[in-house]
Design a protein. Structure first.
Length: 231
């Protein structure tokens, strides 16, 4: 792909494979900075179509120029994820960001129960977002309240899960694939899955593999994009 100032401004949909520990904002900034430097621009519109948590990897769609108008449409697409749920403990953030706060037994859980339990999460469900999330309440991010140790009321949201498939079981780790609607928190799904099995659980790995018809197999890292842009 040859990038020019004109086609960047007219609009590109960039498929980026977000590295672990990077925020989505960092990935956008890296690409925006590289474009501005390459073409000596004072400003250019660059935005992403759906946040990925820093502890998740995978597909991040980034739009440039006039294509930033497509962001709301892209955000509404069906998402596909693969990842790992770890049974037997919970964490306040529902993922690896925070330390384990409680432990639970897992000896009573069979492979058959694990596979059967996924069926109770298929279809439209009510889901509580994690307290450690970027959702806003009273003009403040929920994770800000959480880090201050303040309790805040969170209302459940309706989300749709069309596929919840267990791909491998290596107790206490369960590997899965999920296809779901916009707004689904896989961290919350992991937490609720643990409760459903009369235990605890948290999300220990997550990778976004698809957004609509866009596939992470066609994505490149932010560093690779910068190298391509400079060549």
């Amino acid at each position: 792909m040859v990038y020019t100032e004109e086609n960047i401004k007219n609009g590109h949909v960039l498929l980026i494979d977000k590295p672990l520990t990077w925020s989505s904002f960092q990935a956008v900034n890296k690409i925006k900075w590289a474009i501005k430097k390459k073409f000596n621009l004072k400003k250019i519109k660059v935005g992403h179509a759906g946040t990925l948590d820093p502890l998740a990897t995978g597909l991040l769609i980034i739009c440039t120029g006039k294509f930033t108008k497509k962001i709301p449409e892209l955000q509404g697409q069906i998402k596909e994820y693969t990842g790992t749920i770890t049974l037997g403990a919970t964490r306040p953030s529902y993922d690896m960001e925070t330390e384990i706060d409680k432990t639970f037994p897992t000896a009573h859980i069979s492979e058959e129960q694990i596979k059967k339990a996924t069926q109770d999460f298929i279809g439209e469900i009510d889901q509580l977002p994690p307290v450690f999330s970027a959702l806003k309440k009273d003009g403040k991010r929920l994770y800000e309240f959480a880090r201050e140790g303040k309790e805040v009321e969170i209302k459940p949201r309706k989300v749709t899960i069309s596929t919840f498939e267990i791909t491998q079981i290596e107790m206490p780790n369960i590997h899965f694939k999920v296809i779901c609607s916009k707004g689904t928190y896989i961290r919350s799904l992991a937490h609720d899955f643990g409760k459903h099995l009369n235990s605890g659980a948290y999300l220990s790995a997550l990778r976004r593999t698809k957004i609509g018809n866009f596939n992470v197999n066609n994505a490149i890292s932010p560093d690779a994009f910068v190298t391509t842009l400079q060549s």
